[in-house]
Design a protein around this ligand. Sequence first.
Ligand SMILES: CC(C)(COP(=O)(O)OP(=O)(O)OC[C@H]1O[C@@H](n2cnc3c(N)ncnc32)[C@H](O)[C@@H]1OP(=O)(O)O)[C@@H](O)C(=O)NCCC(=O)NCCS
Length: 213
Amino acid sequence: MIETLLPPGVTSSEAFDDVAPAPLFPAEAALMEGRRARRRRQFATARACARRCLSELGRYPVPLLPGPGGAPQWPAGVIGSITHCEGYRAAVAATSDTVGALGIDAEPAGPLPRGVLGLITSPAERDHLAALEAADPEVPWQRVFFSAKEAVYKAWYPAAGIWLGFRDATVTLRPEGTFTARLHPADPPPVSPFYEGRWLATPTLVITAVSRG
Ligand SMILES: CC(C)(COP(=O)(O)OP(=O)(O)OC[C@H]1O[C@@H](n2cnc3c(N)ncnc32)[C@H](O)[C@@H]1OP(=O)(O)O)[C@@H](O)C(=O)NCCC(=O)NCCS
């Protein structure tokens, strides 16, 4: 599914269960020591997805460990992103001469927990969502919106290295499955503030992907 959201040259791999986890490198296994079984399973399956992406790029498998802020540390010259949620795990990757930034996110379909929408939107974004909901009530627009902002954060952070709040980005969703994001953090680093993304919603899942050239 996720490949339909990606620009040319970006590899992807996804899984809907944990039957084929990656054998972990010692440093990855050490990281998972003492963690809950669910976290260990999602971590290992996501690593299997990431290793398939690296293999498609002609790269050897390497440990994918969290760097500053939790962002996975891909090998030099590779840009990628990882997501996992109930019933879904995925990784995407590309060489750094193909794309400048990548971010993906998956969420269970359905409304956001009560109170979350007000925390992640501006008044103008709430008007935008209300118009989308009125035009097509079948789409879980709030969840798509939340996922889009998380995907943007994952694309932004490895290059910028600074926290970005949900109100530091303005996201505009389009019904045909695309969106744009414009970032406006208080103290902007020299990183492009414009991202293009795509979204899809199934009866159970929302998936978003963003990139920057
Ligand atoms: C980091 C965050 C985006 C992860 O999203 P999530 O829905 O909780 O979890 P997901 O399963 O989709 O993603 C987890 C993966 O994201 C990646 N990730 C974590 N922190 C990251 C960061 N700072 N930058 C890039 N990727 C990151 C990791 O690969 C992680 O998986 P791993 O630990 O197995 O390697 C989220 O927890 C968060 O902190 N959000 C607040 C910041 C934000 O989204 N701001 C919006 C700005 S518009």
